[in-house]
Design a protein around this ligand. Structure first.
Ligand code: CAA
Length: 382
């Protein structure tokens, strides 16, 4: 039987994130959402508190936390503001390829200076003509002596307008599909790297998202992560790690939605009593609580497996899919509890629905997650 109790360290890191989310993030969430502001002071403070480069070992200047610890933090932060959380944890996504594919020399060279001060990084996989079919990416990496020349465009890249470092996936030969893909570390200052403007989004509006163009960008061979052709595997193994915290992020949104709905139901009256006393509302709240509880356990279990070095492609995709679908349902029902007020921007729940939607799309759409789950399942019974 697994032990569900948190250690003292886990409780203290969760409490730190909870306090930061409630005192720093939540009070600014509505304004950042409304005006699409990128609250750099909050991100800087998150870095100062050790809430940013969560997955990077302490020897390279990060927080060196387990995935379960990361999930505890991410759920708390997301309760405060999912958009800000997306920008904060995009560093984990962008730096994971260096952790998985980098040599000790590359880790020291890239991670130490990056983590030593406040910096943002971006994960450059998705392209305008290919998101789900990551093996079909078109950005080219052409070998030229001791360099590669990279040309192409990435899109929907979290933090791209503000990032100082990119991990970039490019192919040496599209005909090789997944076998031709390489992973590179590319500083923003490299000639030919052009991040685009911040996109106008439906939700997660406190985070920045944009394109990045690479025009004949010369990248030293020494900055390739892993062997030539190993990039796709690095990208997939990265996503195995980072999809689970997206489940935690979705759980934070759902928890906030349920709490808003419960508080509102206790004070709003109809037919002479608080609506919380109507069974129709109680059923909604009960369904929300069940859904959140199940999603949290799935998330913790996937994180626990990864922390124990066990393969968890299946569990990671299940956690991400279940938790994000749950967040959508819970946020939707929270709006229903609020009735007409829930539809108004003056109340917090409509933002939660818009924020929940992205969790079904990014880091691999839920349709792709179900493909991954089915493949893993069928492999076991073949
Ligand atoms: N771990 C290790 N290796 C893996 C793997 C994994 N999880 N998944 C696949 N591979 C390996 C396979 O074993 C295979 O290796 P061999 O050829 O040696 O057997 C190779 O990779 C190719 O695998 P597939 O044949 O399964 O590849 P595919 O083309 O059918 O695609 C896919 C698989 C799962 C659909 C993949 O394309 C995918 O995950 N797509 C979604 C991409 C995605 O999640 N994008 C999100 C970007 S990040 C984001 O949203 C960003 C943001 O800023 C917030």
């Amino acid at each position: 039987m697994p032990d569900f109790s948190l250690t003292d360290d886990q409780t203290s890191v969760r409490d730190l994130a909870r306090k930061f989310a409630r005192t720093e993030m939540a009070p600014r969430a509505a304004e950042c959402d409304r005006k699409s502001l990128f609250p750099e002071d909050i991100y800087r403070k998150a870095w100062e508190l050790g809430l940013m480069n969560l997955n990077v070992p302490t020897e390279y200047g990060g927080s060196g936390l387990s995935l379960l610890d990361q999930c505890l933090i991410v759920e708390e932060l997301s309760y405060g503001c999912a958009g800000m959380t997306t920008s904060i944890i995009a560093n984990c996504l962008a730096l994971e390829p260096i952790l998985l594919g980098g040599t000790p020399e590359q880790k020291t060279r890239f991670l130490k200076p990056f983590c030593a001060s406040y910096n943002l990084a971006s994960f450059g996989l998705t392209e305008p003509a290919g998101g789900s079919d990551a093996g079909a990416l078109a950005t080219r990496a052409t070998r030229d002596g001791d360099h590669y020349v990279i040309s192409g465009e990435k899109c929907f890249i979290t933090n791209a307008p503000n990032a100082s470092l990119f991990t970039v996936f490019a192919t040496t030969d599209p005909a090789l599909r997944t076998k031709g893909i390489c992973a590179f570390v590319v500083p923003r200052s490299t000639e030919g790297v052009t991040p685009g403007k911040d996109e106008e989004k439906m939700g997660h509006r406190a985070s920045s998202t944009g394109t990045v163009r690479f025009d004949s960008v010369r990248v030293p061979v020494a900055d390739r992560l892993g062997a030539e052709g190993e990039g796709f595997s690095i990208a997939m193994r990265t996503l195995d790690q980072t999809r689970t915290p997206i489940g935690a992020l979705a759980n934070g949104i759902a928890q906030a939605a349920m709490e808003h709905a419960a508080r509102y139901a206790l004070q709003r009256k109809s037919f002479g009593k608080p609506i919380a006393e109507h069974q129709a509302i109680q059923i909604k709240l009960a369904n929300m609580a069940q859904s959140i509880h199940a999603a949290r356990l799935l998330t913790w279990h996937a994180a626990w497996k990864i922390d124990h070095g066990e393969p968890a492609t299946l569990e990671s995709s299940i956690a991400k899919t279940f938790a994000s679908d749950s967040a959508m349902r819970v946020a939707d029902e929270a709006i229903q509890v609020f009735g007409g007020y829930g539809y108004m921007k003056e109340y917090p729940v409509e933002k939660l629905l818009r924020d929940a939607k992205l969790t079904q799309i990014y880091e691999g759409s839920n349709e792709i997650q179900r493909t991954v789950i089915a493949r893993e399942l069928l492999r076991r019974y073949a």
